[in-house]
Design a protein around this ligand. Structure first.
Ligand SMILES: NC(=O)c1ccc[n+]([C@@H]2O[C@H](COP(=O)([O-])OP(=O)(O)OC[C@H]3O[C@@H](n4cnc5c(N)ncnc54)[C@H](O)[C@@H]3O)[C@@H](O)[C@H]2O)c1
Length: 337
């Protein structure tokens, strides 16, 4: 059976998924984007219809699943259109700007009981599974996470009310990796700095825009339910990506985890491993296999993405308030949504 996918959001990551899905034998049956020219360009290349509203796309064309690849501020309509039709749903990270829409979609996902996948592809690297096995033998006491990068070129990125800020938008991959490897976080305390660059200066290799209001840098401490502690550092003022990684410390064991692979230092010996498959491909393959019934679920379900998003939002809130923020656990985790 050929899986038919409706694409919502025809920007750079939407187009990346299209390339991977075509390679996996999937047929894209419609392209929706609020920017008509963006939808039409991708639709023309695929010889399918373009839409500006996902409800129309799903009413007028056939789909077995929906990919929502929109910026943080734009989540909601694509997910609702898919879930009201009980269609499997893939959502790019982060799953929202703040918590409100993401929590609402989380409830709808649970009620619909459909297969979900999300863009937290680090989880799909086989090296992550290997890291988890090593940490099962020697539990982590400390972790240090990093997203030290340039400002992404997309126009919406520099605005808190569009992207949610760097922690919600980028560090979220590292936060998700930390949850995957160390478990849930119970408390965070964070601080941020924004120092206005002179208009138009190339401080970050890309012109800083007058309207930008995201912090230039964030530092956070985290305490996990296991008792482990972590620091997280994020900045977007560099000329190029310097590091996006999670390092962990256990007795006699040091791990350096990234989307590309794993370096492990056991005692005094070092081993470097690369993931056998690009996890950005694996995340799509797993979702399509789950839609086909070839596997029960994905490693990136919406509920896990929502938990990682809650953590990013808590760090952002702590930096804004200048106070520690506790994360409710278990069924009360949605409290305060
Ligand atoms: N997992 C990953 O590796 C990865 C990589 C890059 C981007 N992303 C994520 O994907 C998301 C999109 O990033 P991008 O780089 O593709 O952005 P982009 O700006 O290139 O594309 C976003 C597209 O969505 C469209 N859009 C906006 N609102 C919409 C709506 N309500 N309905 C339909 N379309 C809408 C825009 O017109 C644009 O064409 C971001 O949240 C980003 O964090 C994930």
């Amino acid at each position: 059976m050929t899986v038919k996918v409706a694409l919502v959001g025809a920007g750079s990551v939407g187009q990346r998924h299209v390339r991977t899905l075509k390679h996996l034998g999937v047929r894209i049956t419609s392209v929706t984007d609020t920017h008509p020219a963006a939808a039409e360009q991708v639709a023309r290349e695929l010889d399918v219809r373009a839409f500006t509203d996902p409800e129309n796309a799903l009413d007028l064309t056939d789909a077995d699943a929906v990919y929502v690849c929109v910026p943080p501020f734009a989540h909601g309509s694509g997910e609702r259109a898919a879930l009201s039709r009980n269609l499997p749903l893939f959502v790019e990270k982060p799953v929202g700007l703040g918590r409100e829409t993401a929590e609402e979609i989380g409830v709808l996902v649970e009620a619909a009981g459909v297969i979900t996948g999300t863009g937290y592809h680090w989880r799909c690297a086989d090296t992550m599974e290997h890291a988890r096995d090593l940490l099962a033998e020697a539990p982590a006491l400390l972790a240090n996470g990093y997203w030290l990068d340039k400002r992404p070129p997309v126009p919406w990125w520099g605005r808190v009310d569009r992207s949610g800020g760097q922690v919600v938008e980028q560090l979220t991959h590292v936060l998700d990796a930390a949850r995957f490897l160390l478990g849930d976080v119970v408390e965070v305390y964070a601080a941020g700095i924004r120092r206005a660059a002179e208009t138009g200066t190339q401080t970050a290799g890309r012109a800083s825009r007058e309207t930008d209001d995201v912090d230039d840098a964030t530092a956070a401490t985290l305490r996990f339910a296991s008792g482990a502690v972590a620091t997280m550092a994020a900045t977007s003022v560099l000329a190029t990506k310097h590091r996006a990684a999670l390092h962990t410390v256990s007795r006699g064991l040091y791990l350096e985890v990234s989307e590309a692979g794993l370096s492990s230092f056991i005692g005094t010996s070092r081993t470097d491993l690369e993931s056998a498959e690009d996890p950005r491909v694996t995340v799509d393959r797993e979702f399509i296999e789950a839609v086909l019934g070839e596997r029960e679920t994905t490693r990136t379900p919406y509920a896990e993405a929502l938990s990682s998003h809650r953590l990013g939002c808590a760090i952002t809130e702590s930096a804004r308030l200048g106070l520690p923020v506790k994360l409710p656990q278990g069924r009360s985790a949605a409290y305060g949504a």
